[in-house]
Write a protein that binds this ligand. Structure first.
Ligand code: C5P
Length: 237
């Protein structure tokens, strides 16, 4: 049985007021929101407070990728912001992932917040086989995704951001509990936009995706709350 928190709405806005207006329009139907680099930077982080005042859950999608020491320090700060989930890049390597894990625990313990769910991005879904080989990754995308998902699991992280097409493979091959969070979701009634390999909310939940990230089909809808309700109904919530 799916639940409401398995829908994460992507707040891709260039200002805080529009982002929070969307949150208010969706009301109690949407619990979880994703804040990426654009909104985090243009709001100078302030959007997080607006979301917390509205008792919303936050996925801070900043995708840290740097040397282990720098990523660890960033994770400590992120965990101290009281967000519910955030992420790093798995291709930062095993040491970086382990340090991210430890620093997240430390940051949460020090600030008194609950430890956020820590995810790693496997392979960006915008990279096809040719683009991957250009940056030195041999083999097809799904082999790389699985290798990085295993690395993420072994470093003690909670799950990965991946394509919904890869979630079933990861669920099969990586020991549980291990969360898959998937963008590239399009209800049958929504435009694909720039997303190519898409799945519907129902298909994603059926194939074992832990949480779906949906942006424009909800944020650009004439009635965002009605669109969110349609997505939730398709998920079986
Ligand atoms: O509007 P749409 O539903 O395409 O938004 C999807 C969200 O997920 C955006 O915030 C986008 O940056 C993010 N995302 C993605 N594909 C990835 C990783 C993140 O679409 N591979």
């Amino acid at each position: 049985m799916a639940n409401r928190e398995q829908l994460i709405v992507a707040l891709d806005y260039d200002n805080t007021a529009d982002a929070l207006a969307l949150v208010d329009r969706c009301g109690g139907d949407v619990i979880y929101y994703k804040v990426g680099l654009e909104l985090f930077l243009n709001s100078k982080g302030a959007v997080l407070e607006g979301l917390k005042e509205r008792c919303k859950k936050i996925f801070l999608d900043l995708k840290f990728h740097d040397i282990p020491n720098t990523v660890a320090a960033s994770c400590r700060w992120a965990a101290g912001l009281g967000v519910d989930m955030f992420n790093v890049h798995a291709s930062g390597g095993a040491d970086m992932l382990c340090r991210a894990r430890e620093a997240t625990d430390e940051g949460a313990a020090k600030s008194g917040f609950k430890r956020p769910v820590l995810l790693a991005v496997t392979i960006l879904t915008s990279l096809d086989q040719e683009a991957l080989s250009q940056v030195g990754f041999a083999g097809p995308p799904d082999e790389n995704v699985l290798r990085l998902a295993r690395l993420t699991h072994d470093a003690g992280l909670d799950g990965v951001v991946c394509s919904s097409k890869e979630a079933a493979m990861i669920n099969r091959e990586v020991p549980k509990p291990f969360l898959t969070v998937c963008p590239g979701i399009r209800p049958k009634w929504a435009q694909k936009g720039d997303q190519r390999r898409v799945m519907s909310p129902a298909e994603a939940i059926t194939s074992g995706v832990g949480a779906i990230v949906v942006g424009r089909p909800i944020t650009r809808a004439k009635d965002p709350q009605a669109a969110a309700r349609r997505v939730l109904a398709e998920m079986g919530v």
